[in-house]
Design a protein around this ligand. Structure first.
Ligand code: PAF
Length: 279
């Protein structure tokens, strides 16, 4: 069922809570892919009711980013939600989410300065603000996030802990195309040549993991090999970062240990892609 109105969504949630139903929530920006479907399936497994939201949140896009061209297709997304047994598709409007005079923001400090946060000022403030609003509307017992956006997952987990919120934040494994490319709505932007170049991102991460497992722990050596693989393609415009980080506080490390994360952000042409792997 499609719900556009915030107060209608709140009254549905109130009714469900009164009946003792558990609510699983999958917040998205739409243009759903297999990654989102895996979140929906996890939610359906763990909860009585599953709510998916679609809202392309302008607050988390920088001035020169892809807000205007971000892919949108409600009909298609509705079809996927129906097929996957989603109970409610929440689709609020911009003016209801951010009415005139809106001026309250949620900021998680520290871990938002690193990785993507360093290159996308204000991005995580936009994410935490909208996710807080969506949590207040949907009041989920559990919320599902893809681990492709590993930093986003940790930031939201921290927000929920720091603010004593009653929602369990669950990270779900990255879903990849057959050749390894991490699923993303932004993959749609890639030309055929760029799509070929993009596969080197995951390939480089798998190779780094293989090197780690064969005994290489020096971050510089792992990073060098990753950069070499990614830069082998002329479609790559820029590597924003390749970092070996602690999985909890996202601090950079010099020596790799099991459980650490290697995270990457790359521009292939005008498309910014991220990916990561856990060692
Ligand atoms: O990961 C996303 O799609 C977005 O950042 C989210 C969590 C839906 C907030 O707008």
């Amino acid at each position: 069922m499609l719900v556009r109105d915030i107060s209608e969504m709140k009254s549905i949630v109130k009714d469900l809570k009164r009946k003792g139903k558990t609510i699983g929530f999958v917040p998205t920006m739409g243009y759903l892919h297999e990654g989102h479907v895996s979140l929906i399936r996890s939610s359906r497994k763990d909860n009585d009711i599953t709510v998916v939201s679609i809202f392309v949140n302008p607050l988390q896009f920088g001035e020169n980013e892809d807000l205007d061209r971000y892919p949108r297709d409600l009909k298609r997304d509705q079809g996927i939600c129906e097929k996957e047994g989603v109970d409610y598709l929440f689709y609020p409007s911009y003016k209801d989410m951010y009415p005139e005079g809106f001026s309250t923001y949620v900021t998680v400090e520290g871990i938002t300065d690193k990785l993507c946060g360093a290159f996308r000022p204000g991005h995580f403030r936009g994410v935490t603000t909208v996710v807080m609003k969506l949590f207040n509307i949907v009041k989920p017992d559990r919320a599902y996030f893809g681990l492709k956006d590993y930093q986003q997952f940790k930031v939201i987990q921290k927000m929920v802990r720091d603010l004593n919120m009653d929602v369990q934040v669950i990270g779900c494994p990255i879903v990849r195309e057959k050749d390894g490319l991490a699923m993303s709505s932004r993959n749609k932007y890639l030309s055929d040549k760029e799509r070929e170049a993009a596969v080197n991102i995951s390939r480089s991460l798998f190779e780094a993991k293989r090197l780690f497992e064969s005994g290489v722990t020096d971050a510089e050596r792992l990073k060098e090999r990753i950069i070499e693989i990614i830069m082998s393609s002329p479609e790559v415009r820029e590597i924003q970062y390749v970092e070996l980080v602690d999985p909890e506080n996202l601090e950079s490390k010099e020596k790799a240990e099991k459980g650490d994360i290697i995270a990457i952000a790359v521009f292939i042409g005008n498309t910014r892609l991220i990916d990561n792997i856990q060692l």
